[in-house]
Design a binder for this molecule. Structure first.
Ligand SMILES: Nc1nc2c(ncn2[C@@H]2O[C@H](COP(=O)(O)OP(=O)(O)OP(=O)(O)O)[C@@H](O)[C@H]2O)c(=O)[nH]1
Ligand SMILES: [Mg+2]
Length: 239
């Protein structure tokens, strides 16, 4: 049996956080679910606590990377972390699959790959840019470079510097690779609540874009980031 702490960064997810917590608590190795309430104004923290999570409350919004770091700091020293988005709801139960390779000692970080139908209905451009950045950094083409569903070996996670805001995932992949960690993508039957293509979705993507480029620039330099990004964008126009 492993000793797993699940960290769920959440901002205004009163709609889905309770079901997410509930599902994670059903996973045998999960000893605690830590919801980091990042300046929510909709009662996310209260409902998460009612569902059985320990809640870390951040008074004002610090962003996903900072919230996960706050979770790690509050976590003690578990053997393994699960990072799970608050909008997974009941499908968070499938996070159990992410733990297997760590339990077997064949990976240091696993990344959950959504089934096609559960994928973001975003624009795909950011995903392509992130995939290209990670290809250059790691020599591996990731299917789901932005997936926030991960299992990570505990001491490795505690040794890393989290990239701010939505740079978190790209930063983690680069940093785990640089630290010599083995990374594996695992298909899992997750589903989430996509932001979609409306104004909120566009704003969300724009913010994510800036954060991903920042995470890349601070790790690979601006020249490398520019190269990967332009290659991803040019390929998109040619197709
Ligand atoms: N800590 C923190 N978490 C956030 C913030 N914004 C979003 N999140 C959380 O990050 C996770 C992913 O956010 P989503 O809005 O689902 O983003 P996404 O899945 O990349 O976007 P879509 O594919 O469009 O759904 C969820 O658990 C959110 O609650 C924030 O400002 N701070
Ligand atoms: Mg989502």
């Amino acid at each position: 049996m492993m000793h797993v702490v699940a960290i769920v960064p959440a901002r205004n997810r009163v709609d889905s956080v309770a079901a997410t917590v509930d599902a994670l608590l059903q996973i045998t190795d999960v000893v605690e679910v830590l919801v980091v309430d990042d300046g929510s104004i909709d009662g996310t923290g209260e409902i998460a606590a009612k569902a059985g999570a320990r809640v870390v409350t951040l008074e004002s919004n610090v962003g996903k990377g900072g919230a996960v770091l706050a979770g790690v700091v509050a976590s003690g020293a578990p053997q393994t972390y699960l990072l799970i988005d608050a909008d997974l709801g009941a499908s968070a139960i499938h996070a159990a699959k992410l733990l297997k390779p760590l339990e077997n000692g064949t990976a240091d970080m696993t990344i959950g790959v959504f089934p096609d139908r559960g994928r973001s209905r975003g624009f795909g451009i950011l995903k392509r840019v992130a995939a290209e950045i990670l290809l250059d950094a790691t020599n591996w083409r990731f299917l789901e470079p932005l997936s926030g569903q991960r299992a990570i070996e505990g001491s490795l996670m505690r040794s890393l510097t989290m990239a701010p805001r939505f740079g978190l995932e790209v930063g983690l992949t680069i940093d785990v690779h640089m630290a010599g960690g083995r990374i594996e993508e695992i298909p899992a039957e997750f589903s989430h609540l996509p932001t979609g293509r409306g104004p909120r979705g566009v704003l969300h993507r724009a913010k994510q874009f800036v954060d991903v480029l920042r995470a890349s620039t601070s790790r690979l330099g601006w020249r490398g980031t520019l190269e990967s990004t332009s290659r991803a964008l040019i390929r998109r126009t040619i197709r």
